[in-house]
Design a binder for this molecule. Structure first.
Ligand code: HEM
Length: 232
């Protein structure tokens, strides 16, 4: 598999099959999300919901596969190996763009999962069509407590399973702390945007903008690595 991904690509002379496939998939997912935004704007709640679900699940699967099979960018983040341009461009342009890209991807994944749950909570199905409910949307204190207990329990299980490796324990602790932090943020979000429908529209638009920026930064990274400054 690794050999296949390392073969010469089809988009740019210096690209690899892995880089080209992952860039094309990133392009397709972003377009799917933007189409889902258009559907929502037109009031087609159910088609919006279906398309979001399909693209979200495929995007998460792709991320897992991508992370497992190759680490584009991660190599070039650690060292200049893989980047053929001048050191100043590497330090002042490439690294800031790549770091922004990685932050946006993480933020986009967290927001996608949050928005999925929020979408279900904020809408109701009426005559076969999903509609956002124009009313306050709050998580009950009892639900909050239960969510925290579940996270604590899962964290304990994961840490017990990875006990030999300190790096993995720290990584899982950070992941669970992020989830706990996002759930904690919900209280603040409820205060700032009490109406569930408005919350979905405001945070949904912010999420869509993040996806558009992810595409812009991945295009810039791809161009710099494989078209403008290929290694060697
Ligand atoms: C990653 C997840 C999601 C994102 C980023 C997202 C984003 C958005 C955005 C930006 C809008 C407002 C469009 C506009 O006026 O500009 C919207 C509307 C809406 N969303 Fe979502 N959404 C997500 C998931 C969901 C889910 C899971 C559901 C249903 C279960 C849902 C149901 C709706 C409905 C019913 C509307 C209103 C459409 C109308 O105005 O009639 N969304 N969404």
């Amino acid at each position: 598999m690794k050999e296949l991904l390392a073969r010469p690509g089809f988009l740019a002379p210096a690209g690899t099959v892995g880089a080209d496939v992952s860039y094309l998939l990133a392009l397709i997912f972003t377009i799917l999300f933007l189409v889902a935004w258009r559907l929502a704007k037109r009031g087609q709640g159910t088609r919006h919901h279906n398309l979001i679900l399909v693209s979200m699940v495929s995007m998460v699967l792709y991320f897992c596969g991508y992370y497992y099979a190759r680490q584009l960018g991660v190599l070039s983040l650690e060292s200049e190996e893989g980047f053929g341009g001048p050191v100043e461009v590497y330090n002042n342009v490439f690294i800031p763009i790549l770091t922004t890209h990685l932050i946006l991807v993480t933020l986009g994944l967290v927001m996608a999962i949050y928005m999925l749950f929020q979408g279900f909570r904020a809408s109701e199905k009426n005559g076969g069509e999903y509609r956002l409910k124009e009313e306050p949307l709050n998580v009950r204190p009892k639900t909050f407590k239960m969510l925290y207990l579940i996270i604590l329990g899962l964290w304990a299980v994961f840490v017990a399973m990875r006990f030999g490796s300190m790096g993995k324990v720290i990584a899982w602790t950070l992941i669970f702390a992020t989830v706990a932090g996002v759930i904690g943020l919900e209280k603040l979000i409820e205060r700032l945007l009490p109406n569930g429908a408005r919350r979905h529209r405001v945070l949904g638009r912010a999420t869509m903008i993040i996806y558009a920026l992810v595409l812009a930064t991945s295009t810039a990274t791809y161009l710099m690595l494989y078209v403008i400054y290929p290694a060697g």
